[in-house]
Design a protein around this ligand. Sequence first.
Ligand code: GLN
Length: 244
Amino acid sequence: MLTVCHLYPDLLNLYGDRGNVIAFLQRCRWRNIPVQLLEVNLGETVDFNQVDFLFLGGGSDREQNLISDDLGQRKVFLHQAIEDGLIILAICGGYQLLGQYYRTLENEVIPGLGLLDYYTVASTKRFIGNVAIELNLDNQILKVTGFENHAGKTHLGNIEPLGNLLSGYGNNGKDGTEGARYKNVFCSYLHGPLLPKNSVFTDHLIKLALCRRNMNKELISLNDEFEKDAHKLMLSRLKLSGGD
Ligand code: GLN
């Protein structure tokens, strides 16, 4: 049985980011892979050793402030889980809080966990719009699409980006990077939600989770025509072509 944990589902769930959890669960269930969902809210405990896929969604500055202390109390356990290869997807606000800090427009510093080497500073210009990036999954170059809406500009330290921008602003609108990646932690500014719009990425995360539990990671193919058409349409709207 795979266990999916949605951390702070009532607070970090901007722009329907819950759809990432639904996509992971459903693409397992369509393949009869046993999977369960654990929703963990403020003050509730979770043993990350029992978790196979952890999701942190986006949130406004207010929600990020509300969860910061509670998330900070999970730092040691999350650090151990990350080093142990836990598969994590963190979107926008959730992404920002795994780094060193997020400084808001009001010059308030919301402390991050400092587990990943980057920091974020808000600016008056919000980055809003459709995004496309190119990333490498298992030596397969993949185009991934979504949309972004953030004031925070993220600056990477000694950590790889998730991908390189093909269209949009990405981490900071300057260095052409988007998101961050460390071991099995995938961070991105892409809402959409990301996973329903990019089924190859979803299946990659499912394979990682199965592999980590020594379960059969051969996934039967699903009929992804609808997802692929939507993906191609978005790439064409962004005047990009080809490829998944
Ligand atoms: N509050 C953060 C920002 O504005 C994150 C926003 C989000 O999660 N979409 O950058």
